[in-house]
Write a protein that binds this ligand. Structure first.
Ligand code: BTN
Length: 328
């Protein structure tokens, strides 16, 4: 790891003064080199105080999104072991696909502060202004059939819920298959894309957009979308939230990969499912119908009871689900 990001890790984890001498010994560099690194970090937005005879201390938790900040936080076994950060890009999903083709490892993550061509599901655009939100994509190399890949998106939705609850202190839910909602409005969307070759998965990219610190939602989406700041009243540092999402995802993905199913996560997922026991409209290309959503099965399909008392398993790739009284 680079010295600057390692200094950040050390300062953050100690929460106390660290003497310049200690840092010199640790990194085998001169005092001037340490001082220069501190100066650069201050220029990047960190409040680092230097006190004679005590050393350096990091104050506060600023919302800095940079490669150093991410590297100083993300220390997972595989999720985010390789990180790419762009101030600005087209779409992190497209970047991750390119990396996938170039042979980047399972778990490589692309993060951007701003996207110029952010993409949502069903060909929609994903508004991606700078400085407020999280846009990232993780490259995955699962050993599964294309039909089993839905679990990856569900596992990501659960990971975002777990991270949001821990980091923001608000309750979060899931609108099947993969929207994360707070107080009935969407705060996060997930777009998974498979690269196939003759029906085999080459790699998968799972892209996540989280509305974190927006103070006003664009009018077109204000009725159904919100931000974590608007719902919790607290600003969270994006890097800390992303760190938490990746930590949860590493664990949830491994649970999924063990039997290529949602079996071990089903109960937790269903406990957060906001559609549960609600009337939903199934937008099936073969015909629309209504029923009561009951929860997912191990394949990640939504079990919906129709008017005849039969339970039908609905597959995410084929249909879309709407609440009949609004978004949820
Ligand atoms: C949705 O429509 O709900 C899915 C939105 C997914 C947006 C994310 S932002 C990071 C990644 N890059 C993209 O272009 N899209 C996904």
């Amino acid at each position: 790891m680079e010295m600057k990001s390692e200094i950040l890790t050390v300062l953050r984890e100690s929460g106390d003064y660290i003497s310049g001498q200690e840092l010199c010994n640790h990194f085998h560099v001169s005092r001037t080199a340490v001082w220069k690194a501190m100066k650069q970090l201050q220029e990047e937005g960190y409040t680092i105080e230097a006190v004679r005879n005590k050393g350096y201390i990091l104050k506060g938790n600023p919302d800095v999104l940079s490669l150093d900040e991410l590297k100083s936080r993300i220390h997972n076994r595989w999720a985010g072991r390789e990180i790419y950060f762009y101030e600005e890009t087209g779409s992190t999903n497209i970047d991750a696909k390119r990396l996938g083709e170039e042979g980047a490892p399972h778990g490589a993550v692309v993060v951007a502060d701003k996207q110029n061509a952010g993409r949502g599901r069903r060909g929609r655009a994903w508004e991606s202004p700078a400085g407020k939100d999280i846009y990232f994509t993780i490259l995955l190399r699962p050993d599964c059939q294309p039909s089993q890949a839905a679990g990856l998106t569900l596992a990501m939705a659960l990971s975002v819920v777990q991270a949001v609850e821990k980091e923001c202190g608000v309750e979060a839910g899931i609108k099947w298959p993969n929207d994360v909602v707070v107080h009935g409005k969407k705060v996060c969307g997930i777009l998974t894309e498979l690269s196939l070759e003759r029906d085999y998965i080459q790699h998968v990219v799972t892209g996540v957009g989280i509305n974190v610190n927006m103070d006003v939602m664009p009018q077109e989406i204000a009725e159904t979308a919100t931000s974590l700041f608007l719902e919790s009243g607290k600003r969270v540092a994006r890097a800390a939230l992303l760190q938490a999402v990746l930590r949860e995802f590493e664990c949830n993905y491994d649970r999924y990969a063990a039997d290529l199913s949602m079996e071990s996560m089903m109960e937790e997922y269903n406990a957060h499912l906001v559609n549960r026991d609600r009337q939903v409209r199934i937008l099936d290309p073969k015909g629309e119908w209504e029923g009561t959503a009951r929860g997912i099965n191990a394949a990640g399909e939504l079990l919906v009871e129709n008017g005849d008392g039969e339970t039908v398993a609905v597959y995410a790739g084929e249909v879309s689900v709407r609440g009949i009284y609004g978004y949820v």
